[in-house]
Design a protein around this ligand. Structure first.
Ligand code: CUK
Ligand code: CUA
Length: 664
């Protein structure tokens, strides 16, 4: 350690200690540009910062241990991020067209998916954006199985499915009878259903309109249980059902697991049913919605509800969906309320399913419900009354195991494997760690106690722990999804990125070890899956595959079978694509023709991706190895258009072009 100054020596010792004394000699000397301590000192790193760098660093060519799936908010896509490195691995377009992936750029698969979610949509408008909030990975026995991912569209009340074989969006469903959707997506332990609930209630009248004066009478919230096809992962509306809810504002939810399997939970606010300045008092909604001391945690027995939904005469068919009315839900014991401190935000179920943690938002506590107490209160009909619609309200004391004071603005909660819970504190900009109760293995004397806090920069919304939403949360890392980043990054204009912070959970104290800006979109929620669970991911498609179905495409073209066929004014071009050639490379059509390019990538090499773009036609697709894509254009303008490959695929990439000749 000769030659180091005092500070560098200290850092060197700390860094070496972190790595392990036995290799101290090696790491503190002779690593090219100096020992680790010298490097840390020369870069101005404290020992803590150097330790954080080592803990989050993933060496070139090595893989992250986990992948985080985060929503992109109102940018309409999702991000896949490596953990612990926080490197962005991939962005997948879901509700918003995106040209790199060729999604919604006149090509059949993405185009069809986007159109499928728009045709019956709220306003008969071709929707080209969404607001993604809560991703849900599919589960088998309560554990992520790496098959599918689901995400809601907060803005337009839709649900999307991404297949984790090729990480592409395969389905968008417009959820009827609800305007916006927030409480979802949450997958049941074997992905029998995914749950999405509405946010703002809407009138359940035939034409979808009712005056605000008839709010209580006509407006209803919805809890939608979308049945998942176990073979394809797609939502099956015919087997799905909805449960009507009172016209409160239903916020976040979760579904039960293990001890609470079969139940779903949704928070609510505005049980005052304020409609803002249209109220008799004429006050803004945030005033009208904060009058009651308690709102209602909705407790839904979905296991029972699916039986009720399958019983003749128990549902009404509304816009193609079976709906269990509010009255039936009450009469058949499908819906109960438990009081929760006013205007809560998140509700999260612990890995063993015993505890249901509600974040207070305007209340400094986490309120912790116990599923056995809930079941007993339901069985004993231990009600403190009913709401104005007749929904039984369970006695607060009969269902709450504890309240833990955490700090200002508790929102969302995640868990580890040692009986701890982690709650984001939005107002305090911190993560609070507290213990759960005896059922989570915590000694009675230590139960329900705040044990640690760490600052987040800044204004944390959601947080995600590794495998945190499963029955086997592993308590290794936590990622804080922060809304503000103000001074954390160079000023690049007025719209600031979001900030993700990686927190090490392995010690007694939580430690922020790394952070990374999110320069595109606003992650709300995220889930973190072990990388080895994503083993079903494909390198290439078998040549000739239709990516929507994974089956051989009827439009596939084999080498030597390339051709152009005309039928009336429709021209079908059966084209193969390979390094570094489109065949055919000259396509002659007449002005006014409809031209359908059926492109088959005959590549079998991983990463040998091509693109196909036609200038002036708003057409650009990505052709992954083996993929078949059809793209349809109308040849409206006479001219010569040189189509070309957009992906730098080979040494002769720039030569990979051809002609679309539109003759007069
Ligand atoms: S919401 Cu965004 S911070 Cu949609 Cu889950 Cu709480
Ligand atoms: Cu193919 Cu560039």
């Amino acid at each position: 350690m000769r030659g180091l100054n005092g500070r560098a020596a200290l850092v060197a010792i700390a860094v070496a200690a972190l790595i392990g004394g036995t290799i101290l000699g090696r790491v503190t000397s002779g690593l090219g540009g100096g020992g680790l301590g010298e490097i840390a000192a020369s870069r101005g790193l404290t020992a803590d910062e150097a330790a954080g760098a080592l803990k989050s660093f993933v060496a070139p060519g090595k893989y992250d241990e986990y992948v985080l799936l985060a929503s992109g908010g109102h940018s309409g896509q999702v991000h896949f991020v490596g953990i612990p490195s926080l490197r962005l691995l991939k962005t997948v377009p879901v509700f918003t067209p995106e040209s790199w992936a060729g999604y919604g750029q006149k090509a059949d698969s993405g185009e069809a998916v986007l159109r499928g979610g728009s045709s019956t949509a709220k306003n008969n408008e071709q929707l080209t954006w969404g607001d993604t909030h809560h991703p849900a990975l599919s589960e088998t026995n309560g554990t992520y199985d790496g098959r599918w991912a689901y995400i809601n569209d907060r803005a337009n009340g839709r649900l999307a499915m991404i297949d984790l074989r090729d990480f592409k969006t395969k389905q968008i469903i417009d959820l009827p009878n609800m305007g916006t959707s927030h409480g979802g997506v949450f997958a049941t332990p074997n992905t029998e259903y995914v749950h999405v609930s509405s946010m703002q209630p809407v009138p359940q009248t035939p034409n979808g309109y009712a005056p605000l004066e008839q709010y209580a009478e006509h407006f209803r919230g919805m809890s939608a249980w979308i049945a998942i096809d176990p073979a394809t992962g797609r939502g099956d509306v015919a087997r799905s059902f909805q449960i009507e809810l009172p016209p409160y504002t239903q916020d976040l939810g979760d579904v039960g697991k293990k001890a609470s399997a079969g139940f779903g939970f949704i928070n609510s606010y505005n049980t005052e049913m304020s409609v803002g300045t249209a109220d008799r008092e004429g006050k803004p909604l945030e005033v009208g919605a904060a009058k009651n001391d308690y709102d209602f945690l909705h407790i839904i027995d979905w296991q029972k509800a699916q039986t009720v939904a399958a019983t003749a005469g128990k549902t009404v068919l509304r816009n193609g969906m079976r709906v269990i009315t509010l009255q039936t839900a009450i009469d058949d014991g499908l819906l109960y309320f438990a009081p929760e401190p006013r205007s809560p935000h998140g509700v999260d179920v612990s890995p063993d399913g015993n505890y249901i943690v509600v974040g207070g938002k305007l209340d400094p506590h986490a309120t912790i419900y116990d599923i056995d107490m809930i079941k007993k209160a339901i069985a004993d009909r231990n009600f403190s009354g009913r709401d104005r619609f007749g929904v039984p309200i369970l006695k607060f004391e009969a269902v709450v195991a504890a309240q833990v004071e955490l700090g200002a603005g508790p929102l969302h909660t995640q868990f580890d494997n040692k009986g701890n819970a982690f709650t984001s504190l939005f107002l305090e900009s911190a993560v609070a760690k507290f213990t759960l109760g005896p059922k989570a293995g915590v000694a009675a004397g230590n139960a329900f106690k705040l044990v640690d806090k760490v600052d987040a920069h800044y204004n944390i919304g959601h947080l995600a722990t590794t495998e945190g939403d499963t029955v086997s949360a592993d308590g290794k890392y936590l990622v804080a999804l922060n809304k503000w980043s103000i001074d954390r990054y160079p000023t690049l204009g007025t719209l600031k990125p979001q900030n993700m912070q990686l927190i090490d959970l392995s010690g007694e104290k939580m430690k922020v070890v790394a952070e990374a800006p999110v320069g595109y979109g606003e992650p709300h929620y995220a889930q973190i899956i072990k990388l080895d669970r994503l083993a079903k991911s494909l390198q290439v498609y078998p040549v000739g595959t239709d990516p929507l179905t994974f089956r051989p495409s009827t439009h596939a073209t084999a080498l030597g079978r390339q051709r152009i066929e005309r039928s009336g004014t429709t021209v079908d071009v059966y084209m193969t694509v390979m390094r570094s050639h489109f065949a055919p490379d000259v396509v002659r059509v007449k002005k006014g023709d409809t031209v359908r390019f059926h492109l088959t990538s005959v590549e079998t090499t991983a990463d040998a991706t091509h693109g196909f773009a036609i200038p002036g036609y708003n057409a650009q697709v990505s052709l992954d190895p083996g993929e078949v894509v059809s793209i349809e254009i109308k040849a409206n303008t006479v001219g010569t258009f040189s189509f070309y490959c957009t992906e730098f695929c080979s040494a002769l990439h720039l030569e990979m072009q051809g002609w679309l000749l539109v003759e007069p």
